[in-house]
Write a protein that binds this ligand. Structure first.
Ligand SMILES: [Zn+2]
Length: 417
């Protein structure tokens, strides 16, 4: 779960019956005029190609034309500005008829894409949300801990938890510590005394971290420091918080610097740990999904079975390969989706069908709109063998035995919002 979840769900519920929704993704890392020009040309060319599909006189053309001109103006302005500090990717969703104009900048670049469709194209945005899961970075110390919250690849908050630590030196000149033996005892006592404070500070920091984890569902924990400090801090965490630790890192030297260098170091350290965790998680997810599907559990693989599950509103988590490319159809009457080629009429309701060029985008939007999650995974042989798509299913209601229901439910679109 990330900051983007609400945005993704809201966008996924949009559907335009009039002029199409424009989805635009750009890589806005430009070092010179040539790169800016390339971005401008890409958008101009895609706008020209898009409008070519709407000859003058087509009912939706005037509104679409106005939206696209606004997009061109916005991109023109974006490319004349100095490079946005720490912003590498730009996404925009626009449709005049829906009153939609949503530009967004992110820390990670997108593959350039401008398309028009009845639905917004959300795969790239869903992938970003899923790859840049939030992380809480904890650097424990004697007084407590330094905390950093990294969201969508950016430092969102930083704070220092500081408790009291007594200074040993101050007490050492105490006249009571004059005799040699007593002095040794005194040091021992000071040591225990200090350790008690350090322990208390550690507990307070652990409690604060637990609170923040509860506030940020899906956030990972990254612990930074010496093995000893990290282990001592980790012992204070309850089991459920410890389960969210994805990395234990030594403190990099650049973190000792002040301000910008340290913040960049924190973001880089957290992003690296999250990316590595995500790659491993993707493999586990695909293995788990294929295993579940093969033993007839709560998982399906392959476009036909996934489309059916989406139509029935049963997808809990869609798993899609990043390069999934496939056309399908959608029913004009009941909005059911289909993956089969050459179908004439809707097998659910007998309605007319129209072609959906990017079935993947339709599956992503339908899943998100229904409250499901989307996991976009790197191209991997395991899922590719099932044509790049699968889905974990919701637990079916105890009364609705799987397999006992008719092959086509009467209104597949009915369970969709
Ligand atoms: Zn239908």
């Amino acid at each position: 779960m990330t900051e983007l979840d609400g945005t993704l769900t809201d966008l996924a519920r949009l559907r335009s019956v009039g002029e199409p929704i424009v989805s635009l993704y750009l890589d806005v890392r430009w070092a010179d005029e040539q790169q800016r020009e390339r971005v401008r040309l890409f958008v101009q060319e895609r706008v020209r190609q898009t409008l070519a599909h709407y000859p003058p006189g087509t009912p939706d053309r005037p509104a679409l034309d106005r939206t696209l001109q606004r997009v061109l103006a916005h991109v023109g302005q974006l490319t004349t500005q100095a490079s946005q500090a720490e912003k590498d990717g730009f996404a925009l969703f626009a449709c005049e008829g829906l009153g939609l104009w949503q530009p967004m900048l992110f820390r990670r670049p997108f593959a350039p894409e401008l398309c028009t469709d009845a639905i917004p194209h959300l795969t790239q945005l869903a992938r970003l949300a899923d790859d840049l899961e939030p992380a809480i970075v904890v650097v424990p110390n004697q007084a407590g801990a330094d905390l950093y919250e990294v969201r969508l690849g950016e430092l969102a908050a930083e704070s220092s938890l500081r408790g009291f630590v007594p200074r040993r030196d101050r007490d050492r000149f105490n006249p009571g510590a004059a005799r040699p033996g007593q002095r040794f005892e005194r040091q021992e006592k000071d040591g225990r005394h200090e350790e008690a404070f350090v322990q208390r500070n550690r507990r307070a920091a652990a409690a604060e971290v637990e609170l923040r984890l509860a506030r940020t569902p899906g956030a990972h924990l990254v612990l930074v420091g010496t093995a000893q400090n990290v282990a001592a801090f980790e012992r204070e965490l309850p089991e459920r918080a410890r389960a969210r630790v994805i990395a234990r890192l030594p403190r990099p030297r650049e973190w000792e610097g002040a301000g910008g260098a340290r913040r960049d170091g924190v973001v880089a350290g957290a992003s690296g740990a999250v990316a590595e965790h995500e790659r491993a998680a993707e493999r586990r997810i695909v293995d788990g999904l294929v295993g579940e599907a093969l033993r007839g559990g709560l998982g399906v693989v392959g476009p036909e079975d996934v489309v059916q599950a989406v139509n029935e509103g049963r997808v809990h988590r869609l798993v899609l390969e990043e390069d999934f490319q496939r056309a399908g159809w959608q029913c004009d009457r009941c909005t059911a989706l289909g993956a089969t080629r050459g179908a004439d009429l809707c097998p659910y309701c007998g309605g007319d069908l129209h072609t959906v060029q990017q079935l993947g985008e339709a599956l992503v939007a339908r899943t998100l709109a229904g409250g499901g999650a989307v996991e976009v995974v790197a191209h991997a042989n395991r899922l590719h063998g099932y044509r790049g798509v699968g889905a974990f299913l919701r637990q079916t209601a105890p009364t609705g035995l799987r397999g006992a229901s008719p092959p086509w439910p009467t209104a597949p679109g009915a369970s969709q919002p």
